[in-house]
Design a protein around this ligand. Structure first.
Ligand code: BYC
Length: 319
């Protein structure tokens, strides 16, 4: 068949239908490419901004072991950001342009990282709840239709699993400790529970990207499906800790076999997404400062690369 006779759209549709991964050099609809660049780069920004609330506690971790665990976790998040920026680059954008979009406020990052980490228990709550939510969202992404994104997610999920366990273990230790420690754990749960439910995104009927993302098998489950799954798995964990869910409307529904829960404060969610959360300004300022302060490293790496290329081309000429 000559290239003229190939119907690229049909070929793409049949690959999606048969669960064959789309790879960087394959033809893809422009809207598919755009939505992937949007999601993958926002995912990368979330990983990198997500280092900030936890990094705030590295110097104050209560023991050497806790410090080592937290350092390893925060480094993992940096690695996740790098795999994801690389995956976005395979779609034809530069890392510099995606980072500029974060710094200018054009690109989003997860709402959850715009809340402050007030006590040590917040580090447990983030690992347990935020990474727990991330796992539920990201395990299906290991089967997402775009190859480089799916492959990046495999390693990310393995690391998230360690993050979730260390967070739960930290909470368990606090809950088995003194009354003040248990109170600290309850307070962290009270503050992180609702923002974690918001992480899954708006309700399905308000999720503007879902229809196409589901059709293209970028997303395999809807925002509400994953949110429900998160509530169902978390409630027994909360009960085991001996803590109380900060939701008076939470009830187990015998008929559906799922927990029903109270209404999320969607005004708060959209305020945070639009930049009006408690820490949005602080987070973006910290990222911009880190980028500016790291300019000399990027310049030095480029200068070294130029010198090396020059040396190699001179050697080739002499040979
Ligand atoms: N925060 O149509 P929808 C981590 C935006 S990091 C802010 O449902 P979609 C970790 C959405 O972008 C894990 N914005 O969107 C790191 C869209 O606006 P645009 C982060 C949100 O894409 C360090 C609009 O609302 N995980 O785990 O179909 C330490 C309408 O939404 C949010 C990922 O990034 C939000 N929460 O579904 C610890 C996973 N939710 O873009 C832990 C990959 C929605 O049209 N991403 N918006 O202007 C996804 O799976 C999907 O993008 C989402 C949203 C489920 C998040």
């Amino acid at each position: 068949m000559s290239p003229k006779e190939i119907n690229f759209q049909e070929l793409f549709d049949s690959k999606i239908e048969d669960d064959v991964r789309i790879e960087p050099k394959d033809w893809m609809p422009e809207a598919y490419r755009k939505t992937l660049i949007r999601q993958i780069s926002q995912h990368a920004h979330s990983e990198v901004v997500g280092m900030l609330p936890e990094a705030n506690w590295i110097t104050r971790a209560p023991s050497l072991n806790r410090k080592l665990i937290l350092l390893a976790k925060v480094q993992d998040e940096a690695g996740h950001g790098l795999y994801l920026y690389c995956a976005a680059e395979t779609l034809g954008v530069t890392r510099a342009s995606t980072i500029d979009d974060l710094h200018s406020g054009k690109a989003k990052y997860s709402s959850i990282f715009n809340y402050p980490t007030l006590t040590w228990a917040d580090i447990g709550a983030i690992g347990w709840l935020v990474d727990g939510a991330a796992i539920l969202n990201q395990v299906p992404l290991c089967r997402t239709s775009y190859g480089p994104y799916a492959r990046a997610m495999v390693r990310v999920c393995k690391e998230e699993s360690f993050h979730q366990r260390q967070g739960y273990e930290l909470m368990l230790q606090l809950c088995q400790g003194s009354p003040v420690q248990k109170e600290m754990a309850q307070d962290a749960l009270n503050r992180w529970w609702w923002p974690t439910l918001m992480m899954f995104g708006p309700k399905d009927e308000e999720s503007s990207n879902s229809e196409l993302s589901m059709k293209w098998r970028i997303k395999r489950f809807s925002n509400d499906e994953l949110r429900q799954r998160f509530v169902d798995v978390s409630i027994p964990q909360i009960e085991f800790l001996g803590l109380t869910v900060p939701d008076p409307d939470l009830k187990f529904n015998e008929e559906t076999g799922h927990y029903s829960f109270g209404e999320i404060d969607w005004d708060e969610f959209w305020d945070v997404v639009k930049g009006k959360g408690p820490c949005n300004k602080e987070r973006l300022d910290a990222r911009r400062d880190a980028h500016n302060e790291g300019a000399w490293v990027r310049e030095a790496a480029m200068a070294y690369q130029e010198k090396r290329s020059l040396r190699e081309s001179q050697k080739r000429k002499q040979a």
